[in-house]
Design a protein around this ligand. Structure first.
Ligand code: 13P
Ligand code: SF4
Length: 299
């Protein structure tokens, strides 16, 4: 059996589309109908025509697709495809911060559970966080869960950004060090360095550009060689898009276990057996949808 061909056949039979994040395994990216960063995926999820969405990404992304498409069936091919950073923030952390900073809007990264999003005034992704925070009529914002994205937003907007929880971070992006930047500069003297805003501030400071994964795709044509500081599979995505540009992964061990929980076989089995269905209780979905839609309006 050729799995990729079987997936194509099942897609037609089920009237399904496959959405995939830029960190998915190469063979999963190859069968996707829609590939993107979290903002592009959230945006494209609003107007899906198909009856079934197979979401090859981590759980919060699949939940966002379900929240924006309550009448569609949304499937995630692996139950353990989860985001360690999203799991660091719990609703009670937000309630406590709201008590400590009354009146400050709650701005949440889309890398959060639906229950947390339901407590947000607005969501952001790494592609639009600065723009969204600038649009808010408040000099202080509560921001979670990524501490590094919070400090990036504070530097860019000049606003007071209160992180919640105190040390929310992505273990994949925390791996990158100043030594990695220095080594990249030595090994690839003609290359520019692109880093994700989830990287540590001292790594961000030494980069040429700080961008979301979608931003990496948009910036790539500006130069002919790059070292990429984000999850390893991003380099596959960039090389496929720009075969004439050189891309080097800054670290081969920058691997998101949650993203890699999804294999091509599981995408096939997901379509074959219609599993695992993503559900979000309607009261939570309704409030979370407001925060996501507000973000889509601003960006
Ligand atoms: P992007 O929105 O840049 O794709 O980031 C999502 C993510 O999980 C980064 O680790
Ligand atoms: Fe979450 Fe980090 Fe994986 Fe992105 S790379 S999905 S932030 S654990």
């Amino acid at each position: 059996m050729n799995i990729a061909e079987e997936i194509e056949r099942l897609k037609r039979e089920r009237n399904a589309v496959i959405m995939a994040h830029n960190y998915q395994l190469p063979e999963v990216q190859d069968v996707a109908d829609i590939l993107g960063d979290s903002l592009e995926l959230a945006r494209k999820a609003t107007g899906i025509d198909a009856e079934v969405i197979v979401f090859a990404g981590v759980d919060f992304m699949a939940e966002t697709a379900k929240i924006l498409n309550p009448d569609r069936t949304v499937l995630i091919p692996a139950r353990n495809a989860t985001c360690a950073m999203a799991n660091m923030l719990r609703p009670e952390h937000i309630v406590e911060m709201k008590r400590r900073y009354p009146g400050a809007p709650v701005v949440l990264y889309v890398n959060t559970t639906a229950a947390c999003k339901a407590l947000a005034d607005i969501t952001v992704t790494s592609a639009n966080a600065v723009k969204v925070v600038e649009s808010l009529d408040s000099e202080t914002v509560i921001f979670g869960p990524d501490r590094n994205l919070a400090s990036y937003v504070a530097r860019r907007t000049g606003k007071k950004v209160i992180p919640v929880p105190e040390d929310g971070h992505c273990y994949v992006h925390r791996k990158f060090t100043v030594e990695d930047v220095e080594r990249a500069r030595r090994e690839y003297p003609n290359a520019k360095i692109m880093v994700h805003p989830e990287c540590e501030p001292e790594v961000q400071e030494r980069a040429d550009v700080i961008v979301s994964t979608g931003g990496m795709i948009r910036h790539a044509p500006e130069h002919d060689e790059w070292v990429v500081f984000t999850e390893r599979e991003m380099v596959y995505r960039l090389r496929r898009m720009y075969p004439n540009i050189k891309f080097h992964a800054a670290r081969e061990d920058a691997v998101c276990v949650g993203m890699k929980a999804i294999t091509l076989r599981q995408v096939y089995e997901s379509l074959r057996d219609m599993k695992y269905e993503v559900t979000v209780p309607e009261d939570i979905a309704k409030r979370a949808r407001r925060a996501i839609e507000r973000m889509l309006e601003v960006s």
